[in-house]
Design a protein around this ligand. Structure first.
Ligand code: BJW
Ligand code: ZN
Length: 245
């Protein structure tokens, strides 16, 4: 499905545009989503694996899974959806991406203003002394990585269930939602909070809310426009329409 002419007209006069992205935006790069048919966590419920207690109980299992994902993410490239979002940034005076993704693909595609709500898989730190540890070091060892300074457990710098989101990133994301003329929710099931509240915050503050997803979500009934489709197809069409006089 294509964007409506109403949306394109609205974007032409918009000053502030903000976007929330989820795993679906990276699906076409080859990063599996969390939930659904081909969900990453078909065998485990995300709530059971992505939490600190699970890590302490079985760091070997959690690390095996993160090392595998680190290797996948190093191999893959941003897709046309990421690239279109980087293009869109150049077309508006105020444009930002708030992402739940930890794969760094928005920055690799050239986007500058990116708020990472759930951390970044390319960073790691010691749970005991908070020292940063490089990905290279972590990937060198087959065992659970340990801190060279204090012997503490190293963990990926991502946000697990029950953990607070980085406050500066959250504040920037919330401000962007409150000030957006048009707000996009793209490739997210919109079930994980507080990220899922951002489109609602934007709409309540007066934004025109657009959702792009091949499937309907809990957000769909509240969206002003639902564009059914893959972000890698829909977003380049929007850029193209905006560039055409
Ligand atoms: C395409 C596509 C294509 C496919 N194009 N689209 C009860 C009620 C409300 C809240 C809670 C509650 N109980 C607990 C909570 C809070 C909890 C929460 O929200 N739980 C819900 C499950 C109910 N939240 C938290 O705990 C958060 N912290 C917090 O609230 O702090 C306060 C607090 C402190 C102390 C105690 C309690 C609260 C933290 C959440 C952290 C989430 N972390 C993860 C893991 C990150 C690290 C990692 O990646 O390993 O973040 S979980 C996982 O889900 C990951 C994702 O960012 C996140 C969201 O998933 P996303 O991106 O939406 O992916 P999917 O797979 O769900 O959806 C993909 C979509 O793409 C689908 O719709 C497809 O159709 C679509 N798609 N192909 C476009 N080509
Ligand atoms: Zn340490």
């Amino acid at each position: 499905m294509a964007a409506s002419s109403r949306l394109i007209a609205m974007l032409r006069s918009a000053r502030a545009v903000a976007v929330l992205t989820g795993a679906g935006v990276s699906a076409e790069s080859g990063v599996p989503t969390f939930r659904g048919e081909n969900g990453l966590w078909r065998k485990f419920r995300p709530e059971e694996l992505a939490n600190f207690e699970a890590f302490i109980r079985n760091p070997q299992l959690v690390w095996e899974w993160y090392k595998e994902r680190k290797r996948v993410i190093q191999r893959i490239q941003p897709n046309p959806g990421h690239i279109a979002l980087a293009e869109l940034e150049k077309l508006f005076p105020d444009f930002s991406i708030t992402t739940q993704n930890i794969d760094n693909l928005h920055r690799r595609a050239g986007s500058k203003k990116v708020f990472e709500l759930h951390g970044n898989i390319e960073r790691n730190y010691c749970v005991q002394c908070r020292a940063d540890v490089s990905n290279e070091k972590v990937l060198q060892t087959d065992d659970v990585p340990r801190c060279e300074k204090c012997g503490g457990l190293i963990r990926p710098d991502v946000v697990w269930f029950g953990e607070l989101l980085p406050s500066d990133e959250w504040e920037s994301a919330e401000t962007a939602a409150r000030h957006a003329d048009v707000y996009f929710s793209i490739g997210t099931s919109a079930i994980v909070y507080p990220a899922a509240s951002l489109p609602l915050i934007a709409k309540r503050a007066g934004a025109f809310l657009v959702e792009i997803n091949p499937e309907e979500t809990a957000l769909t009934p509240g969206a002003d426009e639902f564009i059914e489709g893959n972000s890698g197809a829909v977003l380049p069409q929007i850029v193209e329409a905006l560039k055409t006089k």
